[in-house]
Ligand binder design. Sequence first.
Ligand code: XLS
Ligand code: NI
Ligand code: NI
Length: 436
Amino acid sequence: MTEYFPRIKKIKYEGPDSHNPLAFKHYNPKAKILGKTMAEHLRFSVCYWHTFKGLGADPFGGPTMIRSYNRSDDLMQIAEETMQAAFEFFTKLGVNFWCFHDRDIAPEADTLSETNKRLDQIVKLAKKLQRDTGIKLLWGTSNMFSHRRFLAGAATNPSPAVFAYAASQVKKAMEITKELGGQGYVFWGGREGYETLLNTDLKRELDHLGRFLQMAVEYKQKIRFGGQLYIEPKPKEPTKHQYDFDAGGCLAFLRGYGLDQHLKLNIEANHATLAGHDFIHELEFCCAHDILGSVDANRGDLMLGWDTDQFPTDIYQTTQAMYTILKSGGFTTGGLNFDAKLRRQSIDPVDLFHAHIGGMDAFARGLKNAAKMIQDRKFEKFIKARYADWDQPLGKKIENGKCTLEELEKFTLKNGEPKVNSGRQEMLENLLNQYL
Ligand code: XLS
Ligand code: NI
Ligand code: NI
């Protein structure tokens, strides 16, 4: 069998003192932390689009990365070789999951039925490779933003015929995700948003998006697809205003269309920062509402205002992210999917390994740090103490909904000026640094 990464052997855990760039220093898949292995906690996934279909192109220039699985004149042969290469990569890296868009794994043909036949052919191969390697599908999704028919969106397109095309695509993508035993299915808004309100009926577009997702839920139930549906917030890019702006906006939308019992959120670090939030804020918001599903693990560049999709390296971020994730009970169907791409100058296949090893080690360190924070309970105790008065009679009465404004006025007139306390932010920041 052809090897696509011939110079690379299986990546091993060598521990923090290793100087081997092609080894894990912190990610030890079998090591147990808080009752589960690191692999079970972190559920790492490689994304197909950036890792195998992204070749370094940017708005100013074409691809820079040359890959041995991308050479044929026959598009379907490229698709098959890429799939073989992908599973070789997943195995050598040692991840248990992968993710894809329909159009990543098989190229679109002239008609929908031809396109779907191509998908079936590749899915057969993917299924065999999954069986051979034990690697599983974290989630599938459909690309409803690259083809020119989607220039004005998919479910929010002014044309019902485009809406229908998108619906047909979701139907098929959900079927193949089920066929591959996918644990989830993602809806990222693609071009669901607008460039200008001068040509946009915002209310109608939102209603259409709501109906589109309701139909997806109905079809999921009909075919008995057992995976979790997710919606992935992003505030802008490609459109000026994306409807799935942030976690708060998504939750309000889901509730408005009766979808909140059916979808959870897939939070992407860089999308959070584009929305003006910390990654951790979005995670905490989701955990507070029990809608955290999965994570697209990457990072942005705070100097740049776009979705740079870099690999995560910042331990300060990964520690806090894992702390929130552990506090909320950890992943069930979701995981940490590296929705991240190499920089344009990182042209060698080995760079794909360096990038993923770094991301996995960054989250493994985050997990170890967060587990200590959970065990020590210092932050938990501080927060508990800060709100302790809410467990006293007055606080309890307010929380139970038994208090009126008149009673509170009476209390205030009797007790006078309330005592105020320090928030101790700097002390807590210092404490956090002790875990790094
Ligand atoms: C784009 C999104 C996309 C989704 C999958 O910014 O992150 O990659 O994760 O469609
Ligand atoms: Ni993403
Ligand atoms: Ni993104």
